[in-house]
Write a protein that binds this ligand. Structure first.
Ligand code: ZN
Length: 339
């Protein structure tokens, strides 16, 4: 995750790099397991064992650890290449259609080209009305907020791996997702290929959004949801400020937080949070895809060497994953959803 304005909702563009300003006294909600007995039974074929009927935070956390074991994964790195191969293999095994979307940038320091690649994972590609679920999968090159070692090793367990891990587990349920709406998972490269403050953010999502407009696919995205920093061991999810300010995403936020309330996920708090300049901004402003951001920005290890798996939790991933699964299922049933 890249930039934040502040928790009082000042306009974007005034980029305040200040975790400390956001640090209000927040109650630390211990993740509560959400029970989705009614809806999840419909998602899976009868052939699958009952134990597979629920989003597993433990399995998602296992993915998170496996990703971090690859090491730092900034754009263009060996770690990124390994992770890309892992993601392609994982979703191919789920019979999803995986499309690579390569692009290049020129590194501002060296002048050398850097190869970037978004990954688009499609479930039920025949369905023209689709939902986009997204996460960035690159990590920041350096833990520049680390008070001791700002050029140390940064593995981005929460800021990088968490969204990917949640989607890897969620993907297991997508092939059996009945209903009229297809689902794409999009993994953005270069969300924060940022070595100094002048470097631009969100290059992957900007590229994706531009392509969606200039070379439109046959399908359309009804809405999008971005997952970023969703594994904090002290998970708390207020509503990101852009997402509740834009008129075309306000209803989407209401629906997701309502779904969370229905499954007892009290970590989803229906009150305004900080304004975050994240990948949902180009998706919405360039791509015209109404997209909200689910993000826990109150993470003390943000952009430090301590953003490691031990500060993340399976329970938090499970909370987010189950809310998303419940919301997607309800969307298919036509109860609530894109308007
Ligand atoms: Zn970040």
């Amino acid at each position: 995750m890249c930039l934040v304005v502040d928790s009082r909702g000042r306009l974007p563009g005034r980029r305040v790099d200040g975790m400390s300003r956001l640090r209000t006294v927040l109650s630390l909600c211990v993740a509560v397991a959400c029970l989705l007995k009614a809806s999840e039974g419909e998602l899976l074929s009868a052939a699958e064992p009952a134990a597979a009927n629920e989003f597993s935070g433990e399995r998602a956390y296992g993915y998170l650890k496996a990703i971090c074991e690859l090491g730092p994964r900034p754009s263009g790195s060996i770690g990124m290449q390994k992770q890309r191969a892992m993601i392609v293999r994982h979703f191919s095994n789920l019979d999803a259609e995986v499309t690579r979307q390569p692009f290049r940038i020129r590194d501002r320091r060296t002048g050398e080209p850097v190869v970037m690649e978004n990954l688009i994972v499609s479930f039920h590609p025949d369905r023209n009305d689709r939902v986009l679920l997204a996460a960035h999968y690159d990590t920041r090159p350096y833990p520049d907020r680390d008070p001791v070692d700002p050029e140390g090793v940064f593995v981005g367990a929460n800021d990088g791996a968490s969204g990917v891990a949640a989607l890897m587990e969620l993907g297991r349920f997508m092939p059996a997702l009945a209903g009229p709406i297809g689902v794409d998972f999009v993994f953005f490269d270069a969300e924060e290929y940022v070595v100094d403050r002048r470097d631009p953010y969100c290059l992957g999502s900007i590229h994706f959004a531009r392509r969606y407009v200039s070379d439109p696919p046959p399908h359309r995205y009804l809405v999008g949801v971005l997952l970023d920093m969703v594994a904090d061991e002290n998970l708390l999810l207020p509503q990101e400020r852009h997402s509740i300010t834009w008129p075309d995403t306000r209803g989407l936020v209401d629906d997701i937080w309502q779904a969370a309330a229905e499954v007892g996920a009290r970590e989803f708090v229906p009150r305004p949070g900080p304004t975050v300049e994240d990948d949902h901004v180009p998706l919405r402003t360039i791509g015209r895809i109404p997209t909200c951001d689910i993000i826990d920005f109150d993470y003390p290890h943000w952009h430090t060497t301590k953003d490691t798996p031990e500060h993340c939790s399976a329970a938090s991933l499970e909370t987010v994953g189950r809310v998303m699964l419940y919301w997607l299922t309800r969307l298919q049933a036509g109860g609530r959803g894109p308007r």
